[in-house]
Design a protein around this ligand. Structure first.
Ligand code: XMP
Length: 320
């Protein structure tokens, strides 16, 4: 049973001091490794590990090719300003090879998870010689695993490290007693910039969750361009989450006086408190028209733009 530290109890400075000491004590004069995604949890863990170990912590950002425009460089740049070196690992080819020919949503998620843990991060951990792995598991992750919402994770098995060998490895989870609000408080106290906390949610499978059907490099590039436009135009709405989705079926359009059997982008923009239920934001028609204009003008091959007006449930926030 893990003892929760509530928001009322949490003294962020004291918590940071204790966790930094615990990490330093556990790693001794060895080395540790962690994967940074740019989310709040992995960012807070990176800062704690950095304070405890300095250069003996190796932080990798795995570029799976499914991120938003410029995201790997932005995350690495942000940490560079905080004095933390982040190594960007280019694994784009490996992820696209694993996604080749796959259209089923669950199979896509599985391919990404397997490629991340077993192939890319697993290989980096094994080759690094680091015996300590820092992970941003929070209490909600533990609850969801127990409740069967998330799949049971044996991290070492996922990394392809056999249990015999795994005795030599240790996993350190400094945030395991906290929930999200506490992690945010700790993150702020660690000096993480505000921009990292007020970002809209973004799913683990990244842009592949926004491509219906096969996630090829070309189709991901299309949805990446569309995402940039949708995020720019809807940033000021205060909505909970907004996104562009690339559909699989094509429709006939007309460009430069010629018929074009083109692609369709669906825009979603949600009002929600906790993502469990959501309703479409009542965007002014002028805003919708602006989205349609920019998306058909700036994203090659797009001839049709739709706006989702269904609620969750029965819809979900993401489309895949
Ligand atoms: P849904 O689509 O289930 O999304 O209504 C609820 C919230 O969770 C995010 N989401 C995900 N996050 N891995 C994640 O890390 C996923 O596979 C995933 N699917 C959805 C989604 O962006 C929304 O905020």
């Amino acid at each position: 049973m893990i003892r929760e530290i509530t928001m009322r109890e949490l003294d962020a400075e004291k918590f940071i001091g204790e966790q930094v000491a615990a990490i330093a004590g556990a790693v001794g004069d060895g080395a540790a490794i962690n994967a940074l995604s740019g989310g709040v949890d992995s960012s807070a863990v990176t800062m704690l590990g950095h304070r405890a170990l300095g250069a003996r912590l190796r932080t990798v950002f795995i570029d799976n090719g499914l991120m938003r425009e410029g995201e790997p460089e932005q995350v690495a740049g942000l940490f560079a300003k905080l004095g933390v070196k982040v190594e960007i690992v280019d694994a784009r080819a490996e992820f696209f090879a694993a996604l080749k020919g796959i259209s089923d949503p669950e199979a896509k998620r599985e391919a990404i998870t397997q490629t991340f843990y077993r192939h890319v991060f697993g290989r980096i951990v094994r080759e690094s010689g680091a015996r300590h792995l820092l992970q941003g598991t929070i209490l909600t992750d533990v609850d969801e695993t127990v409740a069967g919402i998330k799949r049971q994770h044996n991290v070492f098995e996922q990394l392809g490290i056999d249990p015999q060998e795994a005795f030599g490895y240790r996993i350190i989870e400094p945030l395991i007693q906290l929930r999200k609000d506490c992690v945010r408080k700790v993150g702020r106290a660690l000096g993480l910039p505000a921009g990292l906390f007020d970002r809209i949610p973004f799913p683990g499978p990244a842009l592949s969750a926004r491509v219906i059907g096969e996630a090829t490099p070309e189709r991901i590039e299309t949805v990446r361009k569309a995402t940039q436009i949708v995020e720019r135009l809807l940033e000021g709405t205060g909505a909970f989450q907004y996104m562009a989705i690339l559909h699989e079926d094509r429709v006939t359009g007309m460009r430069d006086g010629r018929r074009e059997f083109g692609q369709q982008i669906e825009v979603r923009c949600w009002d929600s408190l906790d993502a469990r239920t959501a309703a479409p934001t009542r965007l002014p028609f002028e805003k919708l028209a602006e989205l349609a204009g920019e998306l058909t003008r700036a994203v090659p091959g797009v001839v049709s733009v739709t706006y989702n007006i269904a609620t969750k449930p029965p819809s979900t926030i993401e489309a895949v």
